[in-house]
Design a protein around this ligand. Sequence first.
Ligand code: GUN
Ligand code: ZN
Length: 413
Amino acid sequence: MIVSGVLLVADDDNQRCTLRNGTLKVSEGIITEIHWDEVTPSADFGGPGCLITPGMIDAHLHLPQFPIIGAFGLPLLDWLRQHTFPAEMKWHDVDYARGVTQAAVEDLLRVGTVGIAAYATVHHEGTKAAMQVVDQAGMFGVVGQVLMDQNGPAGLLREIGSLIDNASSLCQDFEANDFVRHAITPRFAITCSMELMQQAAKIAKSFNSHVQTHLSENTDECKEVERLFGMTYVDVYDQAGLLGPRSLLGHGIHLDGKDCQRLSERSSIIAHCPTANRFLNSGSMNAATLHQHQVSIALGSDIGAGYERSMVRVAREAVLNAMQVAGGALSCDQMWYHITAGNAAKIGHPHCARIAESCPANLVIWQPSIEWMIHPTNEPTDRRLDTLMFNWDDRWWRRTLLQRGSKNQVTFI
Ligand code: GUN
Ligand code: ZN
């Protein structure tokens, strides 16, 4: 199979992407050859005027919340009570959970997202069904059964023992799966006892799993955590043993220098969710402060508080947010890297979202209607990644190609 066009290529040393013309040869789902600076009109996919990106990665989203995207006007804790928890309760019906996930996966593939770090709900069978749907769609990443044992509606609270049994059995069931794994997912400190979080951290260690939770998103939430536990938000997770290099912590807005220092010592990752932060009016994460403390970030849509499915749109919001609050700390070429190779490494699949020899051909074909794509010139090209990001139009999407390596199965949507 031949795929050709303007390629979005990762520059790992500088944690940025660049654009370069090229033609890819794909054999059995793997990129076997790249002929740089050539675009062939006889490609199977792409050709002159096409942009080829790696599949994109969303490092924080909630599968059961696709049906409530746009529930506008409330701050976090009220939004959870009034919209989110009722939507998640519906997942006691496994067929409903499967259907919502199927629709979500189709939406994601059509905006080029091929890998996810996703929350399901507290329901074991619903979570398992969601993981199977993600796997069967050819996507990759982590999905977690949400853990909650306090301060929530009765329909979503469960005994610690059964939650921990469920979580370990999902880790076990998906341990041998190269594509979709189970992430330990305590929702956030308000809805989790210290005992639950400590036990959850133990399973995460024993399976070397990712951990997903929320951290310091909203000031009322932070105050409530301090009231409940008598310590800072970061200290709660640290005492529970939840902070490590595979911990993806959603939001991380209201953090001081000491918090950042601790996150940096634990090598934990902040999943930056700029669209959701704006939608719930939670505040603005400061990318410059995190960078100063060497805390790494991933990017997430945080659907359904986030209202954008496309990771390019989330990246655009991150750039604009950083310009407003952090002196332009994030550039477009860095954000292109984050939503592809950068996020992929952080969710445990470092090779799955990059255009390079020997990498799986998870590729998205786009046909941008912008002047320099339609009529290429030899003009300087250093602003092209900016213009692409800010002109981005989901209607440019043509195809998402996924591969399944050893199973040697290529999926096209
Ligand atoms: N904090 C706890 N649960 C959630 C959730 O579902 N969405 C967001 N944005 N924040 C949370
Ligand atoms: Zn979230």
